[in-house]
Write a protein that binds this ligand. Structure first.
Ligand code: ZN
Length: 413
């Protein structure tokens, strides 16, 4: 396929913007079946798509409800207009979501999104429904790096998955291996044999559960094995793992626990091995920030919106850290008397009055704060890192620093 362009890979910022757009798209609900979704694969000429849409347009003149008919026709028209800027779709194709969403009080509001998705659209699709059709996009946004996790000792084992940044337990098992104090009147040798037999049965069972859980998941990139003692190594060396899975083992790591808490330790201790994983990188960044903050002179760190914004304006930011959990808007507001201000708010319904004249503010311009700060950062070539909420460090960034911090190039006083 020489003519097919390679699909482009999205940056984490693009993915973030895409995800945020998706949130609004998915909240929309039509009063009738009047929300139009169109998926255009990269190899489909745009004129072909607009021809198809013209057909749908004339079909929709048969819709009985006058308001639904009007809304569907408007949506299709809008998509045709928006597609005009392309002859061929971009490398990943296009997805369009256009329609009138219900905003209550017998009112509707037109929303229109034409987006380039994170992965190539597989096939053409036109759908008109009371909701936008977004399912295929979730698969595209899903984290693709998957690792198998096993934590094991003689008493207990837990099998699970690390999916992107999320840890998921598949099964927890407890063994029936007797402990020393339950020896009773039996001879030491006989008791030893019993123990070994029970341990062997347990490891075999764990091996079977692992095979069942991992073997058909081809997406598993590697397997990490943890536990407190030598059992994990014994388990590995004595062939309890399926030979296909054995090839994927990345190593054994000490952990104190063999339950789900052990998974956290395992991922932490396998840090070297998994350092490419985003989670590790994110944790490392926040840890770096904390080290700077702990320094007596305050180090090369800034946190909180005011400090960071100032450092950004001075070009002092090396790396901007923003929490993905941040939900704030940067608003340019204006009152009826022409006084202007810029405000950061969590909710635009709670705007204060104009301090100069007491009149209400109206929103003149609205931007997502993550977007706005990133643009500021890009102006001075500062790196932007979006930190998820999935790690303790990510949670700390959001809670302790209101989701905004920076590692600096030089100290700002
Ligand atoms: Zn005013």
């Amino acid at each position: 396929m020489p003519e097919q362009q390679a699909a482009t890979k999205m940056s984490s910022m693009d993915k973030y913007r895409f995800r945020r757009a998706l949130e609004e798209i998915e909240q929309a609900e039509g009063r009738g079946t009047e929300l139009v979704s169109v998926y255009v694969p990269p190899d489909r000429p745009v004129f072909d798509v607009t021809n198809y849409l013209r057909g749908e347009y004339s079909q929709s003149s048969n819709i009985k409800s006058a308001s639904t008919r009007k809304h569907v026709m408007q949506a299709i028209e809008s998509i045709i207009n928006r597609l005009k800027q392309w002859r061929m779709p971009p490398p990943n194709g296009l997805v369009c979501f256009v329609g009138h969403k219900d905003v209550g009080a017998d009112q509707t509001q037109m929303i229109a999104y034409v987006l380039e998705p994170p992965e190539a659209v597989a096939s053409f699709l036109y759908r008109c429904d009371s909701r936008f059709y977004t399912e295929p996009l979730h698969e595209m946004l899903a984290e693709k790096d998957v690792y198998g996790l096993i934590v094991i000792d003689r008493k207990e084992a837990t099998v699970g998955l690390l999916r992107g940044k999320r840890i998921e337990a598949l099964k927890n098992m407890e063994s029936r291996v007797p402990s020393k104090h339950s020896m009773g009147g039996q001879s030491a040798r006989r008791f030893e044999r019993l123990i070994e037999q029970a341990a062997h049965e347990f490891y075999k069972k764990v091996g079977d559960v692992v095979t069942e859980g991992f073997l058909n998941r081809r997406e598993i990139k590697g397997i990490l094995i943890g536990g407190p003692g030598y059992t994990k190594d014994y388990f590995l060396k004595e062939g309890y793992l399926h030979h296909e899975l054995l090839k994927k083992v990345l190593g054994t790591f000490d952990t104190g626990y063999t339950n789900e808490n052990g998974f956290r330790e395992l991922v932490e201790n396998a840090r070297e091995v998994l350092r490419d994983l985003d989670l590790m990188r994110e944790k490392g960044l926040v840890q770096h920030l904390m080290e700077e903050i702990r320094k007596e002179d305050g180090g090369l760190a800034a946190y909180g919106e005011g400090q960071v914004r100032r450092a950004l304006e001075l070009g002092a930011v090396d790396t901007l850290l923003v929490s993905e959990g941040l939900r704030k808007l940067r608003l340019r507001v204006r009152c009826a008397n022409g006084h202007e201000d810029v405000r950061t708010v969590a909710d635009e319904a709670t705007l204060p009055k104009c301090p100069a004249c007491g009149a209400d503010y109206a929103v003149a311009e609205k931007r997502d704060i993550v977007d706005e700060l990133s643009a500021l950062a890009e102006r001075t070539s500062a790196k932007v890192e979006l930190i998820s909420n999935d790690s303790d460090e990510g949670g700390l960034l959001l809670k302790a620093f209101a989701g905004i911090a920076a590692i600096l190039r030089y100290r700002v006083t």
